[in-house]
Design a protein. Sequence first.
Length: 151
Amino acid sequence: MLKQVKEAFIEEKHYQEKHGIHCTSIIDGYTDFIFVNRFGGVQHQGTLNKAIRRIIRDCNDELLNKNPNAEVLLPSFSCHSLRHTFTTRLVESGVNIKVVQDVLGHKDVSTTLDIYTDVTKELAEREFDNLEKKLKENGRSSKSGTDEDVV
């Protein structure tokens, strides 16, 4: 977990303690969840998506009020889209796929690879650039050394 995320979680727990909010839910034997509603129940995905839609609407409305000809700033997305994006960014950053699998809680790494990671054009180009550099460093590049000779 990133240090900033841990600090945000601790801050949220302090906020809840200060306001008398305590987790009342037990799911698969787990309790003491961080993201709970004011009654102590776990946050429902629909509630989170509704909040995201309001944020998108408000940001886009603010932009369009300033400039009616502007393109919308934020496209429509859901909290599950954030999970896909997070996973893709971890993979793009070179995080070991087994670590990504563990963070996402997948039993099988194929779930992580097949469903949650998207290969972006930039990632593919960077990986092949890195491969070419490694091949050249090891003296295994083509005889002429031109890009056209590397397959």
